[in-house]
Ligand binder design. Structure first.
Ligand SMILES: Cc1cc2nc3c(=O)[nH]c(=O)nc-3n(C[C@H](O)[C@H](O)[C@H](O)COP(=O)(O)OP(=O)(O)OC[C@H]3O[C@@H](n4cnc5c(N)ncnc54)[C@H](O)[C@@H]3O)c2cc1C
Length: 461
């Protein structure tokens, strides 16, 4: 095997003196193959991904990001952008190229009067929650605290606040973006509005977002927890879940999941979160979920929002192998539920799951085209999430997810969620961007005509 070195897109090694010259322009660590930190720096959340970058720059600020873009552009080097490294398709890393790693850029500043939050592009959800919570505020992001805001926000961003306030990308007021030419631009409704439109849902196609300015909302505690039923009750629980959620106020989000208990017991679970002030109303809204049939466990209580945000962290820690498939459903019909239950029988490894997200409410209220996030008209998203550790199980686990995904096709809108795209799903990218694709290509041609940012959910100019 030939040793990995930094190469240009034509496969030619970048001269060492160019690399040394680049070092003089940056503050952060430039990690090269053979360095002690190289293997940990190239690792991401999904252990199924095993890429060997030619260099990884741990950026120490916007200046480093701009220097990296200029260096890579001038030397025709492939770049990838690493935020939290949670992308299941491994789009944070690339072979032979340069990883622009934002994991040291995690500062968060809250303006409690304006109810806004400025967060650097490498911040994790937990970084934002920790700071906003001090002021009784929260930003609509996702549901696992180690996820990066960068990928999550540029790809949409669904969490407990989305039904009330929209996905993360709808709550970006402004972003600082380093574009392909290394220039630093402000993107907002008034500054470079086309770039602003594009980064709110267009993934990392237009540049590196070095900071986001978000809207925040008053929120201190929530009602959250878990309602668990036997797996055999899945058919009934999912039907009941659909009925309850069809009339639930937007303050209540609940996901349904076919998963496993800590002791390996197969379960059907409902995971609710009530974000309203009136906790009694919250208990009343959640109660019907506990009454669908006889639960094994009802553990729903008031808790600080950051506690709710880290409840699932242990179940989705790094180091396991993951392959995801997702589909927006036309409706959660009885037939769709029956198909879900039938295919759940092929799910064999505890830790795996089938997640059904109810994503209506404010997530739907903007029109397609208001920003680049296109998948708005749907009530339900299904995610098929095998998780395993032994490489010998790769083929079976991937085959199960693909088979179930194929079986769900008749119930799907054809749309898929950009943030859940697997490594082999590039053909689904255009469907994920939907009717916004034409405008996205225009913005791409303006800000990145050479497709410098291509190691992503790529929009070809
Ligand atoms: C355990 C787990 C839980 C999750 N929970 C949710 C959830 O609740 N809701 C939800 O919507 N999604 C969720 N996701 C999906 C998640 O949104 C995507 O995986 C997303 O890509 C993760 O962002 P990241 O910054 O960690 O990505 P990375 O893997 O670091 O980067 C992926 C891509 O995002 C883009 N990107 C990242 N940072 C920037 C930046 N600063 N500027 C420009 N582009 C950037 C780049 O194109 C990059 O290739 C979850 C994923 C995991 C693994």
């Amino acid at each position: 095997m030939t040793a990995t070195v930094l190469k240009d897109r034509d496969g030619k090694a970048v001269p060492q003196d160019s690399i040394e010259e680049f070092r003089t322009q940056i503050r952060g660590a430039l990690i090269l193959p053979g360095d002690a930190e190289y293997d940990s720096a190239r690792s991401i959340w999904n252990a199924l991904i095993d890429k060997y970058p030619g260099a990884i720059l741990r950026c120490q600020g916007t200046g480093d990001v701009a220097a990296a873009a200029r260096f890579a552009f001038e030397n025709n080097i492939l770049v990838s952008i690493r935020g939290g490294g949670h992308n299941v398709g491994g789009r944070a890393v690339c072979d032979d190229g340069l990883v622009i790693d934002l994991s040291n850029m995690r500062a968060v500043h809250v303006d409690p009067d304006a109810q806004t939050v400025r967060a650097q592009g490498g911040a994790l959800l937990g970084d934002v929650d920790r700071e906003t919570h001090l002021h009784g505020l929260a930003v609509p992001l996702g549901i696992v605290s180690k996820t990066g805001i960068g990928g999550l926000t540029t790809g949409g961003g669904f969490g407990w606040l989305a039904r009330k306030y929209g996905p993360a990308c709808d709550n970006v007021i402004e972003a600082e973006v380093v574009t392909a030419d290394g220039s630093i631009r402000t993107a907002s409704a008034n500054n470079n509005p086309d770039l602003y439109w594009g980064i709110c849902g267009g993934s990392g196609n237009f540049g590196v977002v070095t900071s986001f300015l978000y809207k925040a909302y008053p929120l201190s505690t929530v009602l959250g927890g878990l309602i668990a039923f036997p797996r055999e009750a899945a058919s009934k629980v999912l039907r009941g879940y659909r009925e309850v959620m069809s009339r639930a106020p937007d303050e209540l989000t609940a996901y349904a999941a076919l998963l496993w208990g800590p002791d390996g017991t197969p379960l059907t679970a409902l995971v609710p979160c009530w974000i309203g002030d009136d906790k009694e109303a919250g208990h009343q809204a959640i109660k019907p979920l506990t009454e669908i049939c006889e639960p094994l466990v009802v553990d729903v209580q008031e808790m600080p929002f950051p506690a709710k945000q880290s409840m699932l962290d242990a179940a989705y820690g790094p180091g396991s192998r993951n392959y995801w498939k997702s589909a927006y459903l036309k409706a959660l019909t009885d037939e769709a539920i029956d198909m879900i239950v039938e295919h759940s029988e092929g799910m064999t490894i505890p830790g795996s799951g089938i997640l059904i997200e109810h994503c209506a409410g404010a997530a739907k209220s903007k029109a397609n085209g208001d920003n680049a996030f296109a998948q708005r008209g749907h009530d339900y998203l299904i995610a098929i999430l095998p998780l395993w550790t032994d490489p010998a199980d790769d083929a079976d686990q991937i085959a199960w997810a693909r088979k179930m995904h194929d079986a769900m096709a008749p119930f799907s809108t054809g749309g898929t969620y950009l943030n859940y795209l697997g490594a082999d799903e590039d053909s689904a990218i255009e469907m994920a961007f939907g009717e916004n694709l034409i405008q996205l290509k225009e913005v791409k041609r303006k800000y990145d005509p050479t497709n410098f940012f291509s190691a992503n959910a790529n929009i070809s100019p």
